[in-house]
Ligand binder design. Structure first.
Ligand SMILES: [Mg+2]
Length: 399
């Protein structure tokens, strides 16, 4: 079988409400749908996320296209290595992996379809029929958040997730209000997205200790792995390394240094489904749980990632999703959560059926209004208020 063509279509789909995080806000998801065509009439579907903008990802995809044309879609390890080496992407890994993630996903879709098996069969076979997800509650008043968290728990979500690192007092007030409302049993995790210095992180986490957090995600800057290790020793709140586990080499280093209780990555940080599977293997060897992180993909990536989650042992905690936040999607089989879980697809390939009318509709929206940046301070009312009040400097993770 030979790859004959690749097609890239960028779409923008609005959220039901703005996403708010310490680095800004976002009004929806912009993603590039990847279609890989073969001489045997099988088409693979994937999606590539903006790294950091769709224009950059499209430029990388255009380079990758030339390296992939004429290859056998079954030769995935060879194709990915060719992109890194002959394509020169080996020293531009973080940009490359977001594009590779989309193309490689489509190759696994082709292989599964050609062999008439769900892709997870090729990754070791199913260990679970369903994957559990957390519910992402957006920042607003602590009372409203507590009410929404209670509703999510009533719907069957076991884990509540929210962003912190926005404002010292309200970060603590939010955690306090949610824990009080949901009671002791549901898990509560918070994500600071690198917002704190090590000293601030220690101070604020000590104040959060009574509220029994499942973990704090990426409290400090991603490159400060040694400081993350020290913080882990000084607080009772378990530490999850997300941005610190960006590539599989980073993830290995975090584990080797004992800097985290949980690692979090995905096919875009790692650079494909196979790399994501390898990340799960590295974490398994270290005896540490891995959680599927996502930057904000559509259902295509949700289904693709499930192929790895379903076939790997140490996805023991609830995984990240944006699907319940999206107003729509580009697939016919839109994910429907039952008690906070999604069923693992049983159809050949990664389990995605594109809705081409919706692809056209949301490609038009992207053409008209551009992309939804994750760094949009206008979408984040907390940023607007704090910049007015404190003349706060712009967020920058390496300062
Ligand atoms: Mg995170």
């Amino acid at each position: 079988m030979t790859i004959t063509d690749l097609k890239f279509t960028t779409v923008s789909i609005p959220f039901r409400e703005p996403e708010i995080w310490s680095g800004g806000g976002r009004l929806g998801i912009t993603s590039t749908i990847v279609e890989v065509f073969t001489d045997e009439g099988i088409t693979g579907i994937g999606e590539a996320l903006p790294a950091p903008t769709p224009e950059v990802t499209l430029a990388a995809l255009s380079n990758i296209r030339a390296l992939v044309l004429g290859e056998n879609p079954f030769h995935i390890e060879r194709i990915v290595n060719k992109i890194y080496s002959l394509g020169g992407f080996y020293s531009f890994v973080t940009v490359a992996n977001f594009a590779i993630g989309g193309v490689e996903m489509a190759l696994w879709d082709i292989v599964g379809k050609a062999l008439r098996v769900p892709t997870h069969i090729l990754f070791g076979g199913p260990l679970r029929k369903e994957v559990a997800y957390m519910c992402f509650i957006q920042r607003k008043s602590p009372d409203l958040m507590a009410e929404e968290a209670t509703q999510a728990v009533e719907k069957g979500f076991r884990t509540i997730y929210t962003k912190v690192g926005l404002d010292y007092e309200s970060d603590i007030a939010v955690v306090q209000a949610i824990r009080k409302a949901i009671g002791p049993k549901p898990r509560l995790r918070v994500d600071a997205n690198e917002a704190w210095s090590p000293g601030t992180a220690l101070r604020i986490l000590r104040e959060m200790e009574p509220y029994n957090l499942e973990y704090v995600e990426q409290p400090i800057a991603m490159r400060d792995i040694d400081q993350l290790r020290v913080l882990r020793m000084r607080t009772n709140v378990p530490i999850a390394a997300n941005q610190s586990s960006w590539t599989n080499r980073d993830l290995y280093q975090v584990l080797a240094m004992g800097a985290a209780d949980v690692v979090m990555t995905d096919p875009f940080q790692a650079g494909g489904l196979l790399a994501f599977k390898k990340a799960a293997g590295i974490a398994e060897s270290a005896g540490v749980p891995i959680v599927y992180h996502c930057v904000g993909p559509l259902a295509i990536s949700t289904y693709a990632a499930m192929q790895v989650i379903a076939s790997s042992t140490n996805f023991l905690l609830d995984n990240q999703t944006y699907n319940h936040m999206l107003s729509d999607d580009v697939v016919i089989n839109v994910p429907k959560f039952k008690r906070g879980r999604l069923g693992v697809p049983e159809t050949p390939g990664i389990g995605v059926e594109l809705d081409y009318d919706k692809v056209a509709r949301y490609a038009e929206l992207y053409e008209k209004q551009g992309y939804y940046s994750a760094y949009d301070t206008q979408a984040n009312s907390f940023s607007r208020e704090s910049s007015k009040e404190d003349n706060k400097i712009l967020w920058f993770p390496y300062q």
